[in-house]
Structures are given as structure tokens and as C-alpha cells.
Design a protein around this ligand. Structure first.
Ligand code: GLU
Length: 612
């Protein structure tokens, strides 16, 4: 349903206020980076992203009369400029939307797809051993058909009031005029320097003059501005069927290695893959949790099903009346059980039957909850449950199911609400920070490495693996853009980057807010732990300092990890107020804003759970 209500010609004038420099790369000018505010309360609409420029662009769209879908797409396009290592038109994502006019939650599946030429053995060597992960990442082989351009177009068409061209204006301004390099951006570039040096157009763009960009310098991306302008003028045809499609295919099939750099594996993407790409609308996942309705992303993401199953399990326990340690013990155990089921049963539903209704049924959750011993942590990994509709006494413990390794801070999540009560919860990514490392020459964006989210080889050949590569298949994701309603009205929305830790970050933040009574800002800031059915639980130092000893006494084992996730969220407070919240510290901190700010709001954490 197209609803063109607003034409925001004013958006054509969106600029950054920076002085334009000549040519790509970093100008010499030293500029202060825009201020990052992690919490804002007010009216007129709210935006929370990881980046102040993107938040500003989103707020400008809202202030000019655009709705949450318009602002989310505009902010995402801005992130394609300022967070090019996490997000952009070379990648994919999942867009979850609450439409205030209909009261419905819808989702757009903008996940990348495998080329038609990709078989189950794509990530195996000639001798059948799985490829080295980084060798697969930094290659044409990892590049799936990008879904982000079509996601933006579909989001605007279905829910928005702006044209794609209008929504891209803020991003075009930022790409033309540049953004100020901050410490986080410089560090991310440094972390990826070796990868970026392998590919000539990437080194040229992000290592200006052969050097890391300096903090305070202004980085421009005129090629991306031109690419956005092309989409603004001609729509998606160039990207999925025209000259841009030709360039993407040529780049994937023959990656542009720098002179002297080692050759990487070519990819399998062809024009037909781009031409047939679709970003379908899917029904959201839904679970009830303490009187709230929690909506998430259905497969091929495991976000909605795993967060949902864990909440169903946790609902069996009176978390609101438990002290921190037993509450966190239940949280870690519920996460492990849900991850066992996720690993065993969730993949692209077009290729593998996903028992979604059973995974999210209260009876299955009750059976799974039987396994949790309040006095002792389960040995991990735990065995997957059997979501077959027949639930009796607790299943016996059994053999291991594999689980993921370390997860970096890639990807980005943005949350937007407008004055009418529409909500967008949107997670987008190019997979690893810096994606495949391959920039499409002359086009200004990096291609994803999303296909390395496929399982390279089954952990146990006797157990069906739902996430092997196949022609046209979408790799399983962990992205978990979430919207929470009460009695059909929006209460809050959130999401995070962080690979498979996304699921536990969203889950823990919900538990912090609903059961522990923290306000959304505190719920996001609180120290995290992530149990994903691995022998040890990843935990931040502050989490270990507070709870490590007592949880270890219950049998939990931890691996200290510097930081987990970088969430953003929006909450609807009583009295028509909106709260925007972003990370205060992790990943350099995020940026929250509202259209009309109100200082001094007394209660940021009204009771949410009916029986929490
Ligand atoms: N590719 C990951 C997924 O879809 C997200 C990347 C990340 O956040 O590290 O689950």
C-alpha cells in the first residue's frame, strides 16, 4: 500500500554544515566530532542510532513531517556513509515496523541470498575441509546479493511517505560534504587495515593517502554520493539490473586486489542473482511476556524465535521477585536452551522446515524450563529439545550441539518512533566489520560477507543441519529487531549489533527493563553476559565484578570479553512522551534524540510487566 502524503522538498537542502573539501578521502581540516547524547526525552518523534549524524538526519526527516519509516530509511542511508564498515547498500538487514494506523506489526526480510551457482560445499576446500574463516570472508565467495536497497524502497512504499530519492538526500549531503572521523571510526579502520589494503578501491577510499584517517579529519565519499544520486534519479533498476549490477557482478567475480596483494577467491554472483532478488514481507514472530506482546524477526533470522523462546522459558520463573543472581542464572540457562534449539532447527524456511510455532509455544517452553535447576548450571552445550507438539516430563540431558565462537561489534541497529506512534526497528549489516573488504570500484560502498553466516560443514553428520549453503538460500541470521506492544499499542522497541550475541543483548535488555525495573537507558547500559550454548559464557568485566563469583558457585564458567553489543531503543512513556536511548559507552557510544526535548522527566521506568 503506497501512501504518498508528504513531499519534503526541504530535504534536498539537508547538509552537514561542514566545509566541502576537494576529492575523496580525508581533508586536512580539523573538526570537532558532533556530540553524542545517549538519552533524550520529549515529543514529536525519537531516533536512536550509533551515530550523531544519522540521528540528526532521522530527526530532520521527522521534524519536516516524515514518519518513522521515512526517518529510518533516511538514517540508514546516512549510516551507509558514516558507518560504512557496518552497514550500507552492499549489505542486508531486517526491518520491523509497527503501523499506528492499522495496529499491525510487519517485517521486511532484506537478507542477502546465495548465488544460484552456490552449492552445499561452497565453503569446503577440495579435500572437504572447511575454508579458513577469514579466507572465506575476504573473498568474492562470501558476497551475497545485497538486500538493503530493496529494503529501503519497500519500507518507503509500504509504510513511508517519501520517495527513495527524498529519503536519500541526507545521506547524499553527508557523502558529498563528509563526516568528522572520530576515535571509533579510526580504530575500526585500524582493525581492518590489512583487509582494506588487499583491495585497491577500499584502500583508496578508507586509507586516504595510504594512511589511517586522522581523528578530526573530514572523510568524504563522492562516489557513494553519486551512487545514491543514481538511485534517487533512476530507482533500483541500475542496482539490480543495470550498470551498477554489472559493476557488482564484475567485482565479485574478479575482486580488485591491490597491486602485489595475494589473489582472493572469486565469487559466484551473477546478474541473474541480482535480477531475481526479492525482499519479502514476512509475518513477525510473536510471544506474550508478562502481559506484553513481543514481536520479532522470523526466519531466516533466528532473532525472533530465539529471543521469543527464551522469554517463554523465563516466563515460567517469577523473575521480578528474584534477586539478581538467581535471575541472571535463569537468564543464562534460558539463553543456552534456546540457542540449542536455534542451532538445530532454524534456517531459511524456504529450504528447511522450521518448527516455528512449536518453538514459540508455551508448552514447549514449559518442557524446556524443566531442565533449569535453580541450584546448578547445566553442563553446556545442552542438547536441543524436540518441538514436536508432544510435551511430557523433562527430557534427559544428552550430547552436544555446536555453538558459535567470538563475535565482533559489526552491524548496526536503529530505532525510530514518530508522533503518530509508528515505530521502526531496523538492524542492518554487511556482516563482519568492514564486510568482505571489497569496495565496488567507483561506487563508494563495501560488499557484504554475509554468506559466511552459513554453516560451512555440519558439526555432526548424523544430525540435519538447517544452515548449509544452497542456491538462492538466505543464511541464518541472529539479527533481532524487536517491537513490544501492550494491548496493541507500542511500548518499546530495540535491537543491537553483535552477531549471535545480538539475541542475548536484546533478551537481557528486555529482562532488565521488564523484570528488573531499570529504565531503558540503564537496561541498555547494564553490564552484559552472553550464553549461547557454549561451555563458557561471554561476560563483560563489569558483569563479572558484580556477579561472577556467585554465578561461578552455581557452576557457570565465563570468558571475559571487553564489550557485548551496542543497542539502541525507544520507549513510549506515559503522558505522550518518548524516550530515545543508545549505548553510553560501548563502541564509542551511540546517539539518541527527540524532535522536541523535555528536560527533567520524573519517571523513566514505569512498571511494564503484569506479573514481573
Ligand atoms: N551477520 C550477522 C547476522 O546476521 C550480523 C553481524 C554481526 O552483528 O556481527 O546475524
Amino acid at each position: 500500500m503506497a501512501r504518498r502524503r508528504t513531499t519534503l522538498l526541504a530535504l534536498a537542502g539537508l547538509t552537514t554544515g561542514l566545509v566541502a573539501a576537494g576529492g575523496p578521502g580525508a581533508a586536512v581540516a580539523q573538526e570537532p566530532a558532533p556530540e553524542k547524547v545517549p538519552l533524550a526525552v520529549g515529543t514529536g518523534g525519537a531516533v536512536a542510532t550509533v551515530d550523531p549524524d544519522a540521528t540528526r538526519v532521522g530527526l530532520q526527516v521527522l521534524a519536516a513531517g516524515g514518519n518513522a519509516a521515512d526517518a529510518a530509511v533516511a538514517a540508514a542511508a546516512a549510516l551507509g556513509v558514516t558507518e560504512p564498515y557496518s552497514a550500507g547498500i552492499g549489505g542486508g538487514g531486517f526491518f520491523v515496523y509497527y503501523d499506528a494506523a492499522t495496529g499491525e506489526v510487519s517485517t521486511i526480510d532484506g537478507r542477502e541470498t546465495a548465488p544460484l551457482a552456490m552449492g552445499a560445499d561452497a565453503f569446503l576446500d577440495a579435500d572437504g575441509t572447511p575454508l579458513d574463516f577469514q579466507e572465506a570472508v575476504q573473498s568474492g565467495l562470501s558476497v551475497g546479493t545485497p538486500g538493503t536497497p530493496l529494503t529501503w524502497d519497500r519500507a518507503l512504499e509500504e509504510f513511508g511517505t517519501l520517495s527513495l530519492g527524498e529519503a536519500l538526500q541526507g545521506g547524499i549531503g553527508l557523502a558529498d560534504e563528509g563526516f568528522v572521523v572520530d576515535e571509533t571510526f579510526r580504530q575500526q579502520t585500524a582493525d581492518n587495515e590489512a583487509k582494506f589494503r588487499r583491495f585497491a578501491p577500499t584502500a583508496e577510499l578508507f586509507l586516504p593517502g595510504g594512511q589511517l584517517p586522522e581523528v578530526g579529519s573530514v572523510l568524504r565519499n563522492p562516489d557513494l554520493a553519486d551512487t545514491y544520486r543514481l538511485l534517487a534519479d533512476q530507482g533500483l533498476e541500475p542496482f539490480y539490473a543495470g550498470g551498477l549490477a554489472d559493476d557488482i557482478v564484475a567485482t565479485v567475480q574478479d575482486p580488485p586486489e591491490a597491486p602485489g596483494a595475494e589473489q582472493v577467491r572469486p565469487g559466484l554472483l551473477e546478474r541473474a542473482d541480482l535480477a531475481r532478488y526479492d525482499a519479502p514481507l514476512r509475518a513477525p514472530t510473536q510471544v506474550a511476556y508478562r502481559g506484553l506482546q513481543v514481536y520479532g524477526m522470523a526466519p531466516p533470522s533466528s532473532g525472533g524465535s530465539t529471543v521469543g523462546e527464551a522469554l517463554d522459558v523465563l516466563e515460567q520463573f517469577p523473575l521480578g521477585s528474584l534477586p539478581d543472581v538467581p535471575l541472571l542464572h535463569s537468564y543464562l540457562e534460558a539463553a543456552a536452551l534456546s540457542f540449542a534449539d536455534r542451532n538445530r532447527y532454524v534456517g531459511d524456511p524456504a529450504y528447511t522446515p522450521v518448527p516455528l510455532a512449536e518453538l514459540l509455544s508455551d508448552d514447549f517452553a514449559a518442557e524446556r524450563a524443566c531442565a533449569i535447576d535453580p541450584a546448578a548450571a547445566l553442563p553446556k552445550p545442552v542438547e536441543a529439545g524436540v518441538p514436536d507438539g508432544e510435551y511430557g516430563p523433562c527430557p534427559a540431558e544428552g550430547a552436544a550441539t555446536g555453538a558459535g565462537g567470538a563475535e565482533g561489534p559489526s552491524t548496526t541497529h536503529l530505532t525510530v518512533a514518530d508522533a503518530e506512534g509508528n515505530v521502526a526497528s531496523y538492524t542492518l549489516t554487511i556482516e563482519q566489520t568492514g564486510g568482505s573488504g571489497i569496495t565496488v570500484p567507483g561506487r563508494g560502498f563495501i560488499l557484504n560477507n554475509e554468506l559466511t553466516d552459513f554453516t560451512f560443514a555440519p558439526a555432526d553428520p548424523t544430525v540435519p543441519e538447517p544452515n548449509l549453503p544452497a542456491p538462492g538460500k538466505r543464511p541464518r541470521s541472529s539479527m533481532a529487531p524487536t517491537i513490544v506492544l501492550r494491548d496493541g499499542a507500542p511500548v518499546l522497541a530495540l535491537g543491537s549489533p553483535g552477531g549471535s550475541t545480538i539475541i542475548t543483548t536484546v533478551l537481557q535488555t528486555l529482562v532488565n527493563r521488564v523484570d528488573r525495573g531499570m529504565d531503558l537507558g540503564a537496561a541498555i547500559a547494564a553490564p552484559r553476559a552472553s550464553q549461547r550454548n557454549s561451555p563458557t559464557t561471554d561476560a563483560e568485566p563489569a558483569f563479572l565484578a558484580l556477579y561472577g563469583e556467585q554465578l561461578q558457585a552455581l557452576g557457570h564458567r565465563f570468558t571475559e570479553t571487553a564489550e557485548i553489543g551496542a543497542a539502541t531503543g525507544v520507549e513510549f512513556l506515559p503522558g505522550g512522551l518518548l524516550l530515545a536511548a543508545a549505548e553510553p559507552e560501548r563502541r564509542g557510544g551511540g546517539s539518541a534524540g527527540v524532535v522536541h526535548e523535555l528536560p527533567g522527566v520524573p519517571d523513566l521506568a514505569p512498571d511494564l510487566g503484569a506479573d514481573g
